[in-house]
Design a protein around this ligand. Structure first.
Ligand SMILES: [Zn+2]
Length: 204
């Protein structure tokens, strides 16, 4: 719907689709065991993830704006980090690897994965790369991984939307400029005629 904000996580189905996309983009080595396919996408999980999203967004905004972080938001993140444990395991090639496990795989593996990603980002990421989306209709925040640190939008959709709004405004400005130009020209022509009439001494 034009001009209306829509939450990308409106239903458990949205959540499942978002999670598959997130997994496909993820390069993380230390994922939580079973997080890729163990979840049952319930409304309860949807609400829990939205609560986490709000807390993380608040923390990130505080960091961007250099304001004190709300301890409640940090507590929410830590509560989820307590949902699992780490272990050291051997791969078939005989390498040692850290693994993460959720106590309740079905209900917690997704939440724990997101919380761990956030922990790594907030603890090891560069604060200057945390950004708010420049699309004024979007509340998204993101981590700018471009070399030049010049990314402005959270997604391509936001970039395209922002650019089409910009084009619309530009076109409108040009249109107004043309109209204003005509009015000014008309005004000048009229006053010129008035001056000529006055100069003609018709009132003498
Ligand atoms: Zn955005």
């Amino acid at each position: 719907m034009r001009g209306k904000k829509r939450d990308l996580l409106s239903s458990p189905e949205d959540l499942a689709a978002w999670w598959q996309e997130a997994l496909s983009l993820s390069t993380e080595q230390n994922a939580v065991e079973g997080a890729a396919n163990a979840a049952s996408w319930t409304n309860e999980l949807l609400e829990a993830i939205k609560t986490l999203r709000t807390a993380l967004r608040n923390v990130v905004i505080s960091l961007i704006e250099q304001c004190p972080i709300n301890p409640g938001d940090l507590a929410e993140l830590n509560r989820l980090l307590h949902m699992g444990y780490q272990s050291l395991e051997m791969t078939p090639e005989g390498e040692l690897e850290p693994r993460y496990h959720a106590f309740d795989r079905e209900k917690q593996a997704t939440l724990l994965s997101i919380a761990l990603s956030a922990l790594r980002l907030l603890a090891q990421g560069e604060r200057t790369r945390l950004r708010k989306c420049k699309n004024e209709r979007c509340i998204g925040v993101f981590y700018d991984t471009t070399r030049s640190v010049t990314r402005h939008w959270c997604t391509l959709e936001c970039m395209n939307r922002a650019r089409s709004v910009q084009h619309y405004r530009q076109a409108k400005r040009e249109q107004m400029y043309v109209r204003a130009g005509c009015a000014a020209a008309g005004g000048t022509a009229r006053s010129h005629i008035h001056r000529r009439a006055a100069a003609g001494g018709e009132e003498s």
